[in-house]
Design a protein around this ligand. Structure first.
Ligand SMILES: [Fe+2]
Length: 196
């Protein structure tokens, strides 16, 4: 059935319907994870990233941001859907694109490497990227400690070190963008607010 687009409200309604369709439901996420044989540890890691990402997003939206919570939830949950495959971020993005989820594919494609523009409004991809840097395996880590450990690990590998420094810089840019909106440091959220 063709929906009329007589008014700007009709257009916005249709646009939001289209957007909804390009984000999978939780049930569809579960099925994709299962079909791709994603292991329990990876799912556990992704679940923890999801908790952190949703917590940040809800604080941001309360402070006036207009982040799409469904996109953040599914992006965080599915970001490692192709974990273990070569260039797993791009492999995961291709998989989700082929399933008809281009918005989600975009979030997954940049979860390891992202370009952050300070003048551009905060994006869902940036939240998922940062949340991913706050969880190492199944542990909550500080962004600074995480990157310091990585730099130490790659101290004899200039190419890898440069990549780590670049990611660290992008994470810091995202934290600054968040702090401008919420007015407080990203990592000072009381632990009691997390339900892990
Ligand atoms: Fe990943």
């Amino acid at each position: 059935m063709q929906q009329d687009m007589d008014t700007p409200e009709d257009y916005l309604y249709l646009q939001s319907c289209h957007r909804r369709k390009s984000i999978p439901t939780l049930d569809q996420c579960r099925r994709i994870l299962f079909e791709n044989g994603v292991g329990e540890q990876v799912i556990e890691h992704c679940s923890m990233v999801t908790v952190i990402a949703m917590e940040m997003a809800s604080r941001l939206n309360k402070a006036g941001a207009e982040l799409d919570m469904d996109l953040i939830l599914t992006g965080a949950l599915m970001h490692d859907v192709a974990y273990g495959k070569p260039d797993h971020a791009q492999a995961g993005a291709r998989l989700l694109e082929s399933r008809g989820y281009p918005l989600l594919a975009e979030v997954v494609s940049v979860h390891t490497d992202i370009e952050v523009s300070e003048s551009h409004p905060l994006t869902e991809s940036e939240i998922v990227f940062l949340a991913g840097k706050m969880i190492k395996g199944r542990h909550i880590v500080s962004v600074k400690d995480r990157f310091a450990v990585e730099l130490e690990k790659y101290k004899n590998n200039p190419q890898a070190s440069t990549a780590v420094v670049k990611r660290w810089k992008q994470a810091e840019r995202i934290m600054l963008k968040i702090e401008k909106i919420t007015g407080g440091p990203v990592e000072s959220v009381p632990v009691s607010d997390f339900h892990l």
